[in-house]
Each structure stands twice: as C-alpha cells, then as structure tokens.
Ligand binder design. Structure first.
Ligand code: PMP
Length: 429
C-alpha cells in the first residue's frame, strides 16, 4: 500500500492509538511510504537514516531480499496453522537454531508471540516449576530497579514501579520485590557492596521467591545503562546458592546487539530461562521465544498439571518462524560480530563530541548501542522534527537520546546519524 493521504492521516489521528499516546491530543505523525536498507522514506519523498532499527529489531535493515523471499515462499505454502496437535518445519528448524545459538543448558523452546508474552511465559514457567518441585510458596519474583520487561500485567509487575511507565497500575499488579540496580559500570571495578542488597533479598525471601528476572548487562527502556558482567556472574551464583531461578530477558539485547550474541555471554553465564524477541525476525513481524533448561521443562511436565499452561492462538506462526529462521541464518552468515564492533567504534567516535556539551550528563556506547544522556528531559514534539530536518530518524525518551542502528549501516551513514545527534543537542542548548 502507498503512504497515507490527508484523509487517512485525519482518520489516524481521530481513531488510532499509537504507543503511549493521547487520543485527545494525538502526537504528530510522519507518514511513511516505504523503508529499504537503513532508510525510511516519508510520503513527502524525504529519506531518513534510521537510528532506531524499529526499536532494536530490524538488524538486517528493511526490505531485505532474503527475508522477503522467505516470507513469500512460506505464505504460498501456509501462512498459519494451529500449533495444537500439528507441527511444521519452520517451527522445528527455528527451534533447532535457537537451541544451537543460545547457551548450552537452554534446550527447550516455547514459541511466543511478543516480547511481553515471552516474559509472561517465563514467569509462569518459574511458578509452575516450584509447584512441581513441591514448593508452591515460591511464587514471587525479584526484579531490579530500572528494569523493563514489557507492558502486559505480569511483565509490568516486574518492571521498576518508580520508572513512571506503570505506576498507574500499581494497585492491581502482583507485589514483587526489587533490588537496587547495579551501579558498577560495564568496564568498572566491581565492589561486593554493589550486590549486597540483592544477596540480602535473596537470602531473606528465598522461601517465597520463584525467580530473579533481569536484563543482563544492558538495562534498556529503564535508562539505557550498561552494568558490570561481574555483577551478573555474582547474581547467577547467588541464585544457585539460594535456589531461585534466573530469568534473563534478552528481548532487546539478544542476537548480537551488545557485542556478544547474548548479553549473558559477557559474563560467561547461562540463565535458567531466556526470553528473546525483537530482532528474532529481523524486525519483520511479531515473534518471540522463551527457552528453558531440560530440568525446568521436565519438572513442569511431571508436576500436578502435567503440562505447561500456555497456548496462544498464533503460537509458532509459520510465516514468522520462516522469516526468523532466515534472519538467524543471515546473522550467522554476515559475521555480525565484526559489524557490531565496527558500529561500536563509529558510535564512540561520532558521539564523543557530545561529552563536552553543557546539557550532556553522559555518553555511553556498548556494541551497536549509542546513548547520550542529558541532564534534562527533551520535549519530544520539539526535538523530533529537528532530527527529521537533519535526515535521520531518532526517537528520544526522557533524558535519553539513543540509537541502535541496523548492523548493515555504512560508516558514512553512521557518521551522519551521530553528527545529527550532536548537532540537535547543540541546537537545543
Ligand atoms: N523486555 C525488554 C527488555 C524490552 O525491551 C521489551 C520491549 N521494549 C519487552 C520485554 C517487551 O517486548 P514487546 O514490546 O515485544 O512486547
């Protein structure tokens, strides 16, 4: 379909909810005609270099011929079929690849339909696991301040209640526990005191805790912070010591983004349960997965219910699985690590000039993630057009101006992108 005309845009602002938006005062929209490679083409003909990869997901760029072919071939065979009592090659081969790519202990795959649902599934797995182990009192979750795990009610309950996104619902959410966020930065020298409160909570509440859920090494929507892999290593050891499962939410970080295929691998650890999504289909369509150890799967299966209690209608949608399989194959073939290292160098160099600007509190880069943190939040309505005028698509959040480009972005486009970020901050100053 072509880009929207004036009547369609009027309908949009009157009738369609966009993410986190008001229907009385709808946000202004930039109508899109198409997207290809790292460029988003607006309806007025302007082309924007995309810094967001559609929120971490379009790692191969848009309109990729191999992903297009995978989708077309699969749609002519079977777009969807129920997964109850039926199975198919796209789901089997995708799961085989996920088991091979993720840390070795993760052997069982539940194919979910979005990142938030993969988190719900992980939480339910942890609860069912302890029930099956004869410890039904272990139902609570421990989470980390500044963490973010999605917008459904269970996922919201393990999001930091003070990060502002979910506090309206605090009365209806399960009451979970929260440990302080890790303070030791990615390259910092770890100090035992940084994890003392986590240990205290694990030891005091071990009888009621099912799992610790965290975003390994990179805290995304809750602040775009990169913390010490040593902290994560210690957290893994503490979970073992106090018999609490470890759930790693790699919905954002999975598939190379942080410089390792999975951010857990910076610490050389494996979680008991792993959530992946976003980049799984190269950003083509919604699909996620929750992987678990054989012990967790077998224990749940031998429990009272005899099965895991989840089964969405669009589970393992063949179209999404076929595209995801091709996306992961592409990732392996492209030498993603060299590309991410290249982008990391370009982001460091390009964002460095922001460090000396008066409004800038911090500049940080890890893998293909670049962040400028300001002292004050930006006004999105004011700042978004400034980026578009400079030919880039960047969507700031609060004090954070950040990018996570596609792995195929050229050095030249990356320099334009980072240059525009620095330039916009100068204009705001
Ligand atoms: N976990 C993390 C770490 C995320 O960043 C997100 C999405 N921003 C989610 C879960 C939820 O994923 P989705 O938006 O696909 O439901």
């Amino acid at each position: 379909m072509k880009g929207p005309n004036a009547e369609q845009l009027a309908f949009d602002s009157r009738h369609i909810w966009h993410p986190y938006s008001s229907m009385i005062n709808p946000p202004s929209m930039f109508p899109v005609e198409s997207a290809s490679g790292v460029r988003i083409k607006l309806s007025d003909g302007r082309e924007l270099i995309d810094g967001m990869a559609s929120w971490w997901s379009a790692v191969h760029g848009y309109n990729h011929p191999r992903l297009n072919t995978a989708a077309k071939e699969q749609i002519d065979r079977m777009a969807h079929v129920m997964f109850g009592g039926l199975t198919h090659t796209p789901a089997i081969e995708l799961s085989r690849k996920l088991v091979a790519m993720t840390p070795a202990p993760l052997q069982r795959v539940f194919i979910a339909d979005s990142g938030s649902v993969s988190v719900e599934v992980a939480l339910k797995m942890a609860i069912q696991y302890w029930q099956a182990r004869g410890k039904p009192g272990k139902q609570r979750m421990l989470s980390i301040r500044n963490g973010y795990h999605g917008d459904t009610l269970g996922a919201m309950s393990v999001c930091d209640p003070v990060n502002g996104m979910h506090e309206l619902f605090s009365g209806v959410l399960s009451q979970q526990l929260f440990a302080p966020r890790p303070e030791t930065p990615f390259d910092g020298v770890f100090d035992d005191r940084d994890i003392a409160e986590l240990e205290r909570l694990l030891s005091t509440h071990r009888h009621e805790l099912a799992a610790l859920i965290l975003e390994p090494v990179v805290q995304g929507a809750g602040g775009m912070r990169f913390y010490s892999p040593e902290w994560l290593r210690r957290a893994r050891a503490l979970c073992d010591q106090y018999e609490v499962l470890l759930i790693a939410d790699e919905v954002a970080t999975g598939f190379g983004r942080s410089g390792e295929l999975f951010a857990c691998q910076h610490a050389g650890i494996s979680p008991d349960i792993l959530c992946v999504g976003k980049a799984l289909t190269g950003g083509y369509m919604t699909l996620a997965a929750t992987l678990a150890t054989a012990d967790i799967a077998d224990t749940i299966s031998s429990g009272g219910a005899g099965c895991f209690m989840h089964g969405p209608t669009f589970m393992a949608n063949p179209l999404a699985c076929a595209v995801a399989l091709e996306s992961l194959t592409l990732l392996e073939e492209m030498d993603w690590r060299s590309q991410v290292i290249r982008l990391e160098a370009g982001l460091k160099q390009g964002l460095e000039p922001a460090r000396s600007l008066p409004s800038v509190a911090d500049v940080r880069v890890l893998g293909a993630i670049g962040v400028i943190e300001r002292h004050q939040p930006v006004d999105l309505a004011e700042v978004q057009p400034l980026f578009v005028e400079r030919g880039v698509w960047v969507r700031p959040f609060g004090k954070l101006i950040y990018v996570m480009p596609s792995y195929v972005m050229s050095d030249e486009d990356l320099a334009t992108l980072t240059g525009a970020m620095v330039d916009v901050i100068k204009a705001l100053d």
